[in-house]
Design a protein around this ligand. Structure first.
Ligand code: HEM
Length: 425
C-alpha cells in the first residue's frame, strides 16, 4: 500500500525507510522495521527523508550528546522552500529550550529548572491521586471505559494545568492545542492542509499565556507560569516571550507523551497477562514497571539533530549540517544493550532506556511523568478482570509520538477502588 506512494528508489531503500511508518500495519508494530534497519544498515541514509537514521543504542546516545539541537529553519530557509507562512511557528520554536544548544539552552533550562523543583512535583502527587480517582469513579459502575478518552487524556491535561498554575477548567483547551502542536512536532511529512490550523493554535496559545502572565503579575498563583516569570539566576531573568514559549513546550511535552505512556502501557499489560498479574500482586514493582513500559513501547519514538561537523559514525561519513534522526524506540530494543529486548519484563534491572532522551535535553518533566505513570498503573491494575473490548485498535497518525486513538476496555463492576498504596519518585 505504502510503496505506491514512495518514489521509485529500489526495494531496499524503501524497505529501510522510516516512511514505512505511514503504513498503518507498520505503525501498529514498528519494531520489526527498527530491527531490520538496525541489522541491515545501522547508520542509514534515508533517501526519502534526506536524513541519516541511527538505531543502535550507542549511536543514539552519541547523537543526543554531541549533535546540535538547533534545527528550527530560519526565515530565509523557510522562504527558499516557499514556506514563509510557517515563520510564526519557527519564531516560537527558536525560543523553546528543546530547539537550542548551549549556552542559550543552559540559560533557559537552568532558569526553568529553578522553577520546577522536586518539591513542586511532590506537591502535585496528591492532586494526581485525587484526579485519577475522580476519573475512575465515573466509570466504575459502568464496568467499561475508553482508557484514552476517559482517563489517559484528561489526567495529564488536568495535571498540566495544575503544574502551570492556570485554571484546571481550561484543560480541554490545553489538550486540544497540545494535540495540534504535537502533531506537527511528531511528523516528518509536510502537510500544507494543516498549516492554517497550526498557525491558529500558535496564535491562540500565545495569546492565552500572555493573558495568564498579565493576570499573574497582578495576583500570583503557584505554578510554572509564575515561577518562570520570577525565576532569577545571577540577576538573569527570562523575557516574557521566553516565558510564553517555554510554557508552551512544557505544556505540549507533558501531555501527549504521558497520555501515550498510560495508553500504550495498559495495552502492553493486557497483551502480557502474566506481567499484569505480577504487577497486581507486587505493587513494589511499579517503579521498574513504568521504566520497562517506557522502554518497551516508547511514547516518544525519535527526535532529530544536526551534525555539527564532518564525522564518522560506524563506517558512514556524516557531513556538517546534515540532519540525523535518532530513533530512541529502536535503541531501546537494541539486543547489544538489552538482553532479550522484545520481552516485556516488569522487573528488568539495568534498564537505562532512552525514552526520556539523554544528556542536556533529557526530559525536563521526567519526575512528573514517572509519578503520573506509577499512580495511573497503580489505580488501573486494581480493576478486576480488566480486558480489551473486541474492537480493532487504531494508532494515531503521529509518527514520532506513538499512541492509540482509543483503548476500549471492560472490567468487573466495583463500588470503589482500594486506598492508594505506594509510589516512588
Ligand atoms: C512519558 C512522558 C514523557 C516522555 C516519554 C517524554 C520524552 C521526552 C524526550 C524524549 C525529550 C528529549 C527530546 C530531545 O532530546 O529531542 C523530552 C524533553 C522535554 N520534555 Fe518530556 N517527556 C515526557 C513527559 C514530560 C512532561 C510531564 C513534561 C512537563 C512537565 C515534559 C517536558 C519536556 C521538556 C520541556 C523537554 C525539553 C527539555 C530540553 O530541551 O532541555 N515532558 N521529553
Amino acid at each position: 500500500m505504502l510503496n505506491s506512494t514512495l518514489p521509485a528508489q529500489g526495494d531496499l531503500e524503501a524497505s529501510l525507510s522510516l516512511y514505512q511508518l505511514l503504513d498503518p500495519e507498520v505503525l501498529a508494530n514498528p519494531y520489526p522495521l527498527f530491527h531490520r534497519i538496525r541489522s541491515a544498515d545501522p547508520v542509514h541514509w534515508d533517501v526519502f527523508l534526506h536524513s541519516w537514521v541511527v538505531t543502535r543504542y550507542d549511536d543514539v546516545i552519541r547523537v543526543l550528546r554531541t549533535f546540535s539541537a538547533d534545527r528550527t529553519p530560519t526565515p530565509e530557509q523557510l522562504s527558499s522552500m516557499g514556506l514563509e507562512q510557517l515563520s510564526p511557528i519557527a519564531a516560537l520554536m527558536v525560543k523553546q529550550m528543546l530547539f537550542m544548544d548551549a549556552p542559550m539552552h543552559t540559560r533557559i533550562r537552568s532558569l526553568a529548572s529553578f522553577a520546577f523543583t522536586p518539591s513542586r512535583v511532590t506537591v502535585l502527587r496528591d492532586r494526581i491521586v485525587r484526579v485519577a480517582d475522580q476519573l475512575l469513579a465515573r466509570v466504575l459502575d459502568a464496568g467499561e471505559m475508553d482508557v484514552i478518552a476517559q482517563f489517559a487524556s484528561p489526567l495529564p491535561a488536568i495535571i498540566t494545568a495544575s503544574m502551570l498554575g492556570v485554571p484546571e477548567e481550561d484543560h480541554e483547551q490545553l489538550k486540544a492545542w497540545s494535540a495540534s502542536f504535537a502533531e506537527m512536532l511528531g511528523n516528518f511529512q509536510h502537510n500544507p492542509d494543516r498549516i492554517p490550523g497550526i498557525l491558529k493554535t500558535v496564535e491562540d496559545m500565545t495569546a492565552y499565556f500572555r493573558d495568564r502572565i498579565r493576570e499573574q503579575k497582578r495576583s500570583p498563583r503557584e505554578g510554572l507560569v509564575h515561577s518562570l516569570l520570577t525565576a532569577e539566576v545571577n540577576g538573569d531573568k527570562l523575557t516574557e516571550e521566553e516565558v510564553v514559549a517555554n510554557c508552551i513546550i512544557t505544556m505540549v511535552g507533558g501531555q501527549e507523551t504521558t497520555t501515550n505512556l498510560i495508553g500504550n502501557g495498559v495495552l502492553m499489560l493486557l497483551r502480557h497477562p502474566r506481567e499484569l498479574e505480577r504487577l497486581r500482586s507486587d505493587r513494589a514493582l511499579l517503579p521498574s514497571a513504568v521504566e520497562e513500559l517506557l522502554r518497551y513501547d516508547s511514547p516518544s519514538q525519535h527526535t532529530a539533530r544536526i551534525a555539527p561537523s564532518n564525522q564518522m559514525i560506524g563506517d558512514k561519513e556524516i557531513r556538517a549540517g546534515q540532519a540525523v534522526i535518532a530513533v530512541m524506540a529502536a535503541a531501546n530494543r537494541d539486543p547489544d544493550r538489552f538482553p532479550d529486548p522484545d520481552r516485556l519484563d516488569l522487573g528488568r534491572t539495568d534498564n537505562r532506556h532512552l525514552a526520556f532522551g539523554w544528556a542536556s535535553h533529557f526530559c525536563f518533566g521526567a519526575p512528573l511523568a514517572r509519578l503520573e505513570g506509577q499512580i495511573a498503573f497503580e489505580r488501573l491494575v486494581q480493576l478486576p478482570n480488566l480486558h480489551l473490548q473486541p474492537t480493532p485498535l487504531s494508532w494515531r497518525s503521529n509518527l514520532g509520538l506513538r499512541g492509540l486513538t482509543a483503548l476500549p476496555v471492560a472490567f468487573g463492576r466495583l463500588a470503589s477502588l482500594p486506598r492508594f498504596e505506594s509510589y516512588k519518585n
